[in-house]
Design a protein around this ligand. Structure first.
Ligand code: ACO
Length: 331
């Protein structure tokens, strides 16, 4: 990052997880699967499910209020809200605008970001530039998902993976030399065919026919996504480190996207990190897409796993196919 610009860091985080727990045993009652298969192939033991009356912006708003409290600022001091989600309340208005109203952030601009599981880091990139250039002082970046609403109840390959939840981070000015140091963002649109929700947009509007075909649900080629993920997680992390002259030896803590323990293990192996330097909560929440990284970061901070001066790497991948990583020197 250019040294003439304002340094930007995360000055507060918050998260919200719905109370209802769905265990692997519960899923055994719904589809042809087993606790043993799910744990050995993914590492996931349980996930959360939002109650019917709760949508993405409801969970996001609670996470935001907690992040504002941690940052010690009010909603009126927020200049912009960015919501990373693939499960917005509705196509428009944006979930960011709905959250803005809900928390009373009357001075904030608001927009959603669609980069699937990479979306929260994309949001950090957009928001931090706004502050670095002096346009804004505080930006709320939110990852919030209600994936349970778009899962095919008969598709065992996706039903077991995903969960609901929300995480948020307040970006603000920090001391020079600390905060967000670099990003590596990317996309390979040719891989869009491996993970998508087909209906509900302009190509396949929701009709009786698309609903009958189940085109409103997530469809995934798990093997292709898996091959992409195990390669890209390590690669993008190393690129973000290289951009600021750091190496894998400089990493104090890794907060990876929580998709599958085998994918995280591949990244950890590439970075040669001991397990105590890696945050894992996918066993409890599954893959919450855009919410996974901010929830994991919030929990890691609350468990005092991150200290001032630590070099933290956040890294994710997702539909698009997209990838994103960033290096933060904790302030
Ligand atoms: N229970 C039991 N058996 C299952 C299940 C299940 N839940 N799901 C699939 N199987 C079966 C398959 O049908 C297959 O059976 P077959 O050999 O008779 O055809 C067998 O298990 C092996 O299937 P694979 O797909 O080869 O299993 P794999 O070890 O690759 O694991 C998984 C599948 C877990 C989906 C893995 O590929 C994966 O994690 N991929 C990445 C997915 C991911 O991270 N997606 C999210 C991206 S982030 C975003 O943007 C939302």
């Amino acid at each position: 990052m250019n040294c003439n610009v304002q340094s930007v860091g995360i000055i507060g985080t918050g998260s919200y997880l719905p109370e209802q727990i769905v265990t692997n045993k519960d899923l055994e009652q719904l589809v042809d699967t087993s606790e043993e298969w799910i744990v050995t192939r993914t590492g996931i033991r349980e996930r959360r499910k939002a109650p019917q009356e709760m949508a993405t912006s409801d969970m996001g708003a609670i996470a935001c209020e907690r992040a504002l409290k941690a940052a010690g600022i009010t909603a009126m001091e927020i200049d912009m809200i960015l919501v990373a989600t693939v499960t917005p309340d509705m196509p428009f208005p944006s979930s960011a605008s709905l959250i803005q109203d809900r928390i009373g952030a009357k001075n904030a601009a608001a927009l959603d970001i669609s980069a699937a599981c990479s979306g929260f880091i994309y949001g950090l990139a957009v928001g931090s530039q706004m502050i670095a250039t002096g346009m804004y002082k505080h930006v709320l970046v939110v990852g919030a998902e209600t994936l349970s609403r778009i899962l095919d109840p008969e598709d065992r390959s996706t039903l077991i993976l995903f969960g609901d939840g929300a995480g948020a981070a307040v970006l603000g000015p920090v001391e020079k030399g600390t905060g967000i140091l670099s990003f590596d963002l990317g996309s390979d649109g040719a891989g869009g065919q491996y993970l998508y929700q087909e209906a509900g947009g302009s190509r396949f509007p929701l009709t009786v026919e698309t609903l009958e075909k189940g085109q409103q649900y997530v469809r995934m080629n798990g093997n292709e996504v898996f091959k992409f993920a195990v390669k890209i997680m390590g690669e993008t992390s190393l690129r973000a480190l290289e951009k600021i002259g750091l190496t894998k030896e400089d990493v104090d803590f890794l907060v990876p996207h929580q998709a599958n323990i085998r994918i995280v293990d591949a990244a950890v192996k590439r970075l040669k990190l001991p397990s105590e330097k890696v945050y894992i909560n996918l066993d409890r929440y599954g893959n919450m897409s855009g919410a996974s990284i901010p929830v994991a970061l919030d929990e890691a901070l609350r468990e005092n796993k991150i200290k001032p001066g630590d070099n933290i790497v956040l890294v994710g991948f997702g539909a698009g196919l997209t990838w994103a990583s960033c290096v933060i020197r904790w302030s």
